[in-house]
Design a protein around this ligand. Structure first.
Ligand code: SF4
Ligand code: FES
Length: 243
């Protein structure tokens, strides 16, 4: 029999070695996240998955589950902190959803809807980040990168190609393409790579395929974050914000 911890008072079973978010996700419970993906090792950079346990806030994607642990996820205070993190991400890049073909299929946007982020709050940085359209099949729009490193992990750990990396420090950190020219066309990147389909936002885009899905049929139109298959809400009161 597996051990359990408590998520908002509800017993969640876990196997040895599982993190809080792995066990919660397996049990159908939603903890906000951007840089965590079930197929990859935890990265711990976005901090959207903060939960409260043991009197402090920890990242659910890097914290191991432990028997009897009391974990708070659904709280107005945590959601307020998460909204601030989202607002920082929105102003740091150029996230203009009405003109973005990832709208409706974007985890950043869907999380902002889920958490009721109604404005950017902070002043926009308006960074200047030229797109890379050199590859015949894939466009890179660096303006929307949230530095989750999922493409870095996918290219390195699954594709064995190391096409992407993060360069720079602090506010200067940015995604780069590992080629002398810095151009995607000068790497071994292919549309069939795992890294081509892992980006949670609108950076890595297939050419000639934009705006193909009608409004109402896009990923998060059909399956809003936090909604269960039976239509009930996993977090009552938090899923009311809809497009
Ligand atoms: S390009 Fe996409 S997957 Fe890669 S680091 Fe940026 S947001 Fe993450
Ligand atoms: S999902 Fe845990 S820090 Fe990003």
């Amino acid at each position: 029999m597996s051990d359990t911890f408590f998520l908002d008072g509800e017993a969640i079973p876990f196997s040895p070695g599982q993190t809080l978010i792995q066990a919660a996700s397996a049990a159908g419970k939603y903890i906000p996240h951007l840089c965590w993906h079930p197929d990859f090792s935890a990265h711990g950079s976005c901090r959207l998955c903060i939960v409260r346990c043991g009197g402090r806030e920890v990242a659910a994607c890097t914290t191991p589950a432990a028997a009897g642990l009391e974990v708070e996820n659904a709280s107005a205070e945590l959601d307020a902190a998460r909204r601030t993190l989202l607002q920082l991400l929105f102003v740091e890049g150029n996230h203009f959803c009405p003109a973005c073909e990832k709208s409706g299929d974007c985890l950043l946007q869907a999380t902002a809807y889920q958490l009721g982020m109604l404005d950017p709050h902070f002043e926009h940085f308006y960074p200047v980040r030229p797109v890379d359209a050199s590859h015949p099949e894939v466009l890179l729009d660096f303006n929307r990168c949230i530095l989750c490193e999922l493409c870095v992990r996918a290219s390195r750990d699954v594709d064995g190609k190391n096409v992407f990396a993060i360069a720079g420090r602090g506010a200067q950190a940015h995604l780069v393409v590992n080629a002398g020219s810095g151009r995607l066309a000068d790497t071994g990147f292919a549309l069939s790579d795992r890294a081509a389909s892992v980006c949670p936002v609108g950076v890595i885009l297939k050419k000639g395929a934009g705006f193909a899905t009608p409004i109402g049929a896009r990923t998060y139109d059909r399956h809003p974050l936090g909604a269960r298959a039976d239509g009930a809400k996993t977090a009552p009161g938090r899923s009311e914000v809809r497009r």
